[in-house]
Design a protein around this ligand. Structure first.
Ligand code: GAP
Length: 515
């Protein structure tokens, strides 16, 4: 099973609900659009992903420290950052279906279809020509491929320049010319393109004592920028150094769909790396490699990731790349790496009137540092992991199982302790083993149902190890340990369990970035 396509995606969503990973928010009131809650297993998996990220940033890098800043910030922050004026999406409505779309996404999806056509031509030719096939030459010379590549270039050029110069009428014309139809009504009956600010606003203080407008932060990064000097002074870190933070962000997404891929309340894991101006491209390359390395360390196949260089740069960037993951609905952004120049610190310096500079003793100069940012959505990472992990397997005895092949280091439950039967002193022995392991690993103890059913339940939540206590355990202090993926069982002494599990849930080390 490739876990691609709508049917697979539906199964993954249903599985997440059935096994306590993700529930729709306020479900007893029929849910709240694009808001989700993490269940007992989801919360564990999410915590483990966050911890893996935090350790990789803060613990493994001498020159990165972590922060935890407030969701509410002074409203001037969002004026300075550009979010009040420029954090807009171009949206368009279909008059027949009354559905709303992001105009840029409609065009990007059209381009995506052209790219798929090219990929199909290439794979058809590869089959026809066999080993002698030269893909590069084919792409450079095949007339149909050339024609589609030219179309992509022309559309991209027009679209980027219209977006940059805010010619919303041109974006609508492009949608009409390309014959893009509403996926629901199938019609081309579009409204004009309008702009829509994505920030959620609310009031702080009561109206009578002069409340003022505040926003729910749309990114965690600004909490880092406004604390840059506090951290630099109190940590005495020298450039280059980084500040990391994880936390909730909020965006009033127009087209919030695809489960937890695009939500209105989500969590980011961001790191701002402060560097000397002129060194930003070197660090941009470094972090691009480092972030890919982090993703690949989880054992997800490399072909499931690809890089997408931004044609249209955000208002704060001089270089930007997305790492995309092959989700069940296609390749989409999971992480952004942006060279943000001195835009944010410079703007905060200007709006606050406070100097946000660094004195560089090596060159005897003060300047506003440049910043390279890495920003990954925790929920998107979660979705990538569960959609890669979901497997339906046929077993040699003809039975079937669903197993979540979650990287063992991130699995919600690491060990299940399962007495074979609920009598003869086996539950007591099981509790003894459970109490021994629970301080080091998240363990479950279960003595209900047949052992096969308990194995299946733990396969379905991705528990890497099941320990079975049987009558022999009472006489020689040994147990069987069953490994999730191979289903192989081994008899081992109770005192060896810690070592085997610890070894099994370690992440494999990877070469340093750049090597
Ligand atoms: N500070 C930079 C920044 O916020 P972004 O590309 O807008 O950049 C970074 O967001 C990451 O946050 C994305 O790569 C994605 O993983 C995640 N993200 C953004 N919007 C999201 C949403 N509505 N739902 C879930 N994750 C989202």
């Amino acid at each position: 099973m490739t876990n691609r396509g709508e049917d697979s995606f539906k199964k993954i969503i249903a599985h997440c609900k059935e096994y306590g990973f993700i529930f729709p928010s306020s479900e007893i009131y029929d849910g709240l659009s694009a808001v989700y809650d993490y269940g007992q297993n989801g919360a564990e998996l999410k915590n483990n992903i966050r911890e893996y990220w935090w350790k990789s940033m803060v613990q493994y890098h001498e020159n990165i420290v972590g922060l935890d800043t407030a969701i509410f910030m002074h409203p001037k922050v969002w004026k300075a950052s550009g979010h009040v004026d420029a954090f807009n999406d171009p949206l368009i409505d279909n008059k027949d279906s009354k559905k709303r779309y992001r105009a840029d996404v409609l065009i990007e999806e059209y381009i995506g279809k052209l790219e798929e056509k090219i990929a199909k031509e290439v794979s058809k030719a590869a089959k026809r020509f066999g080993e002698s096939f030269d893909a590069e030459l084919f792409i450079e010379t095949n007339p149909r491929v050339l024609e589609n590549r030219k179309k992509i270039r022309d559309i991209t050029e027009r679209f980027v320049s219209a977006l940059e110069q805010e010619r919303l009428g041109d974006i609508k014309s492009l949608i009409l010319e390309l014959g893009i139809v509403c996926p629901v009504s199938g019609s081309r009956n579009w409204t004009d393109v309008r702009k829509f600010n994505l920030m959620f606003g609310t009031q702080m203080g009561s109206a009578s004592d002069g409340s003022h407008q505040v926003y729910l932060r749309p990114e965690t990064a600004q909490g880092i920028f406004v604390n840059y000097l506090n951290v630099q002074k109190t940590s005495r870190l020298k450039l280059p150094f980084g500040i990391a933070q994880t936390g909730k962000a909020f965006r009033n997404e127009i087209v919030a769909r695809q489960f937890i891929f695009r939500m209105r309340e989500f969590e980011q894991m961001e790191m701002q790396f402060f560097v000397r101006p002129g060194q930003e491209f070197e660090w941009f390359e470094y972090w691009k490699k480092e972030r890919l390395r982090w993703l690949l360390a989880l054992g997800i196949p490399a072909e499931r990731f690809r890089l997408h260089k931004h044609e249209k740069l955000a208002h704060y960037a001089n270089a930007a790349v997305d790492i995309e993951y092959d989700f069940p609905f296609g390749f989409k952004e999971i992480e952004g790496i942006h060279s943000r120049t001195d835009f944010d610190l410079g703007a905060h310096q200007q709006h606050s009137g406070k100097k946000l500079q660094y004195f560089d003793p090596e060159i005897n100069e003060s300047y506003v540092p440049y910043v390279v940012e890495t920003s990954i959505g925790l929920d998107r990472m979660f979705l990538a992991i569960v959609s890669n992990a979901y497997r339906e397997e046929k077993l040699p005895d003809g039975s079937e199982r669903v197993v979540m092949n979650i990287p063992a280091a991130l699995a919600p439950v690491k060990v299940a302790v399962l007495p074979l039967v609920k009598k003869d002193g086996l539950p007591e022995k099981g509790r003894e083993v459970f109490n021994r392991l629970k301080y080091d690993f998240n363990c479950h103890y279960e003595d209900k149902d047949a052992i096969g059913r308990r194995y299946r339940r733990h396969d379905a939540i991705g528990t890497p190890y099941c320990i079975t206590i049987d009558h022999q355990s009472l006489t020689d202090n040994t147990v069987t340990i069953r490994e999730r993926d191979s289903m192989e069982q081994q008899r081992i002494p109770i005192e060896h369990i810690d070592k085997v599990v610890k070894q099994g849930i370690r992440l494999r080390p990877l070469p340093e970035a750049g090597s």
